[in-house]
Structures are given as C-alpha cells and as structure tokens.
Write a protein that binds this ligand. Structure first.
Ligand SMILES: Cc1ncc(COP(=O)(O)O)c(C=O)c1O
Length: 229
C-alpha cells in the first residue's frame, strides 16, 4: 500500500466514525479537577468525573503527595518486580488490605492495568469467564487477554447467568469458572444483586470477581460488604 493509499484508508475510516458520531476528541480542562472546572474559558459543573469522594483536591492527600515527591522523587525507576518496590506503596497496600479485610492488596496504576493484569493470572485457556453485558471495556480486554472462553450475560440477569453456569459446568468440567461484574455500574450507577451472585457462585463452585471502581469508599460500600457475606 502506498503512503497515499494508506492516508486515504485512514481518512475513510475517520469519515465512517464521524458519520456515526463516534469520532472522539479530548476536551482541555484548564483548572484543577473538581465539582466545577474551567473549559475553554467557561466555568462548568462537572457531572462526568469519577472523583466520587472528592479526593483529587483533598488537602491532606496533596500534602502527602508533595512530601512523598520530596523524599522519593517522581518515578518508580523500573518495574517494581525488577528493581524493588518502594515503602509508601507497601504501606498503602497494607492499609488497603486491612480496610477491606483481605489477606493482601495489590495496587495498579489504573483500573485498566488492574483488569489486564489480574484476569490472565486467575483464568486461562479452557477456563470460562461469565461477564455482565454492561461491564467496563477494560474488563472485556482483560477477559480477552486471558485466552479464556467468554460468555456475556444480559445486565444483572440471574436466570441467564445460571444457565451459563450450567453450560460451563457441563462443557468445561474441572475448569475454572469466573463470574465477573461490577458492584456499582459505571454506566447506569445501578448495583449488582450481590447476595444472589454469591449464592450462585457457591452453588456452582465458581469464582466471583467484582470491579468496585465506583463503589469503594462510597456510602454503598458498607452495604456491599455485608451482601458479599
Ligand atoms: C468500572 C470501571 N472499571 C475500570 C475502569 C478503568 O479505569 P481507568 O480509567 O483507571 O483505567 C473504569 C473507568 O472509568 C471503570 O468505570
């Protein structure tokens, strides 16, 4: 393909996206993140942020970050597995594990990295992942990367999930089955039926993984912890 043909093919692809209003652009924010932000000289209310707990500008966190930069600099230097992991990260993970009542915690630099970093460690080829239809795109990428068989169930549809579980047990006996969903959904803000999911998971000997990007630390969090049992 010549350079000209290459450019035309990308141009064509862009036109298709534009025609379907699927072309995306970055919006420049010239203020700090918060409930109100400045975009193109206008002060706007931000209803699309994930900063549910308002931590981005919490004065204690700002101060701690500035102090940490003073002591440790601005980068890890290399992968933590290779050159060692730094004390503030270990302390953070210990505190998170204690808060969540878990054996351990592992921090990733983004939600996307957590999805693609964890799933392939939990399931692999011939295992099965059962994924809610409204799960975030990063979960779908993580599922694909694992090489496991993926089955999608309609949003919060326990009946369909149960039939997927029966199918998995029958067709992939002895393999791991992972139910993967969100406790509070990013798209609609609604919640997964956790009590029922835990019952199904136990009945079929499956694993249950929850993405709590929009739940951890929010008022819904405590209720979710009780429902997980
Ligand atoms: C439920 C959920 N999981 C994962 C992610 C990905 O997180 P990140 O943007 O930090 O990669 C998002 C992002 O909005 C999300 O809503």
């Amino acid at each position: 393909m010549s350079q000209l043909q290459e450019r035309d093919s990308f141009q064509e692809q862009l036109e298709v996206l534009r025609a379907r209003s699927l072309d995306r652009h970055l919006r420049e924010i010239s203020s700090a993140q918060g409930a109100e932000i400045e975009v193109a000289g206008r002060q706007l209310i931000n209803l699309s942020s994930n900063d549910h707990l308002g931590l981005v500008n919490d004065s204690r966190l700002r101060e701690a970050a500035i102090n940490a930069i003073g002591e440790f600099g601005v980068g890890a230097g290399a992968s933590r597995l290779i050159s060692g992991t730094q004390s503030p990260h270990v302390r953070l993970e210990n505190v998170l594990a204690k808060w969540k009542g878990t054996e351990a915690a592992l921090c990733f630099s983004s939600g996307y990295a957590a999805a693609v970093g964890t799933i392939p460690a939990i399931v692999g080829k011939n295992d099965v992942i059962l994924l809610d239809k409204l799960c975030h795109a990063s979960l779908i990428d993580g599922a694909k990367l694992s090489g496991a068989i993926i089955r999608i169930f309609p949003h919060n549809h326990l009946g369909k999930l149960e039939s997927h579980l029966q199918w998995s047990q029958r067709e992939h006996a002895g393999k791991r089955i992972l139910i993967w969903t969100e406790s509070v959904f990013s798209m609609d803000g609604d919640r997964a039926p956790l009590r029922e999911l835990v019952q199904l998971k136990k009945r079929f000997g499956a694993l249950l993984l929850l993405d709590e990007a929009h739940a951890a630390g929010t008022p819904a969090d405590q209720r979710i912890e009780q429902e997980k049992g």
